[in-house]
Design a protein around this ligand. Structure first.
Ligand SMILES: Cc1cc2nc3c(=O)[nH]c(=O)nc-3n(C[C@H](O)[C@H](O)[C@H](O)COP(=O)(O)OP(=O)(O)OC[C@H]3O[C@@H](n4cnc5c(N)ncnc54)[C@H](O)[C@@H]3O)c2cc1C
Length: 399
């Protein structure tokens, strides 16, 4: 966004409580690599310039890319500056930080979509003998006690963490709710290559039937491992991971799991089939069909029969629970009436319901790719254009 504002000669500052790429420095587990291929690390005016476009960056490589980019575009970043309040003042906003105050006509909320782990309320009823972590406080399997681990959530974070813990010798059970199944490779190409090429990632927020639902869709079960392995539930059960349904409640010392595991898996299989249909249709219309391996479908998800519906957490089978149940943004510092009942900013494609306020970096903000690094470019250009027009309109009416 800073680069796009500079392109339009719009005077601005970027306030950051940590260092550039703070979340990638401080909130990721040790082995995490981007699940998007390196070529998708494009930023405004800066295509991927490395020698491994199909590889997957480590978190520290992401930090380097972001830090170099901030320098290259001379982004006016004030690091170590925590915003503690934003409120309406006169015709603009008063931004209070721990380093002083700013007055501005417009504000862009770029504070991230993944600030706080979403942990269900019943977590407070867990027996004290079970240690708990979130994807933000988990670093690697070796810091965990020996013994069984329950990973709650089967999206990208959950399946990656379950995989490496099972490999460390600790038996893993994964509680599976709604999820999006994906193979890493299909017909000889990366699934992200296909989704980009077929236009799936460019689908716009005003083109989908139910944008509220589309914004809640969990991340696809993929990982950026150097061997390009698939991380779906069949891959997990293939190495001995146990599956149970969604973690629904705690009763006494007993964990209760939903009986919907089979249905959730069948739905994910069905949706994967639809995605592959879209890809196959695009391969035909684009003339690529004959030059790539033929279409094929993946084995349905194998589900235990009958699935386990409960587990005694005081029995010693589970020593650690890891909540991989997603994240939410933190707007505790936003003192503007622009949040909905779920504490999300009310906005139309990033234009917030408060004059001169914008939000960027949210799932499906303007396009399906909006929460990816690669999505920031188009969104920032669109929103910088809107912001410039807003300032022009202000200036014209002041004349
Ligand atoms: C586990 C995980 C894996 C991911 N993997 C990928 C991937 O493979 N590929 C991909 O493209 N995307 C991935 N993402 C999404 C990724 O986080 C985003 O693409 C990217 O980091 C979003 O950048 P952002 O600047 O919008 O938000 P963030 O990176 O979250 O940055 C927001 C910044 O705002 C700062 N901030 C917050 N509140 C305040 C405040 N009050 N005052 C001052 N500063 C504040 C934070 O310190 C932070 O630096 C992943 C996300 C997670 C959680």
């Amino acid at each position: 966004m800073s680069r796009c504002l500079s392109d339009r000669s719009i005077d601005h500052v970027v306030l950051e409580r940590g260092e550039v790429a703070n979340a990638w420095r401080t909130e990721r587990w040790d082995s995490l690599r981007l699940l998007t291929p390196n070529w998708q690390c494009r930023l405004p005016g800066s295509p991927y310039g490395g020698d491994d476009p199909d590889g997957f960056m480590t978190a520290s490589e992401v930090v380097d890319v972001m830090a170099q980019y901030a320098k290259a575009v001379a982004a006016p970043v004030h690091t170590g500056t925590t915003v503690t309040s934003v409120r309406r003042a006169d015709d603009g906003y008063l931004v209070v930080t721990d380093q002083g105050e700013w007055r501005c006509e417009t504000v862009v909320l770029a504070s991230g979509a993944f600030n706080v782990p979403r942990v269900p309320e019943f977590a407070s009823a867990l027996p004290p003998s079970v240690a708990t972590r979130t994807t933000m406080t988990y670093h690697n399997p070796h810091e965990l006690d020996d013994g069984g681990v329950l990973v709650v959530g089967a999206s990208a974070s959950g399946v990656q963490i379950a995989h490496e813990i099972q490999r460390s010798g600790r038996p893993v059970t994964v509680a599976v709710g709604e999820h999006v199944r994906g193979p890493r490779m299909y017909r000889g190409r990366d699934i992200h290559w296909w989704m980009h090429a077929a236009g799936v990632l460019d689908e716009r927020y005003d083109e989908v039937d139910d944008i509220v639902r589309a914004r809640r869709v969990p991340s696809m079960q993929i990982a950026g491992s150097p061997d390009r392995a698939t991380f779906d539930l069949n891959a997990l059960t293939g190495i001995g991971v146990q599956l149970v349904g969604k973690f629904a409640a705690v009763s006494g010392t007993r964990a209760q799991f939903s009986g919907s595991l089979r249905n959730k898996c069948a739905l994910a299989d069905l949706k994967l089939g639809r995605l592959l249909d879209t890809i196959d249709e695009w391969a035909i219309t684009s003339g690529l069909d004959d030059s790539v391996p033929p279409p094929h479908r993946f084995e349905p998800t194998r589900v235990p029969e009958p699935p386990r519906l409960g587990l005694d957490l005081a029995g010693g089978e589970i020593r650690t629970i890891i909540w991989a149940t997603g994240y939410r943004p933190d707007y505790s510092w936003l003192d503007v009436d622009v949040l909905d009942a779920k504490s999300m900013v009310r906005h139309d494609g990033g234009v917030a319901e408060s004059p001169g306020m914008y939000v960027i970096g949210m799932p499906f903000l303007r396009r399906r790719k909006s929460s990816f690094i690669d999505g920031a470019c188009d969104d920032a250009q669109d929103l910088a254009g809107h912001l410039a027009a807003f300032l022009d309109g202000r200036a014209a009416s002041a004349r």
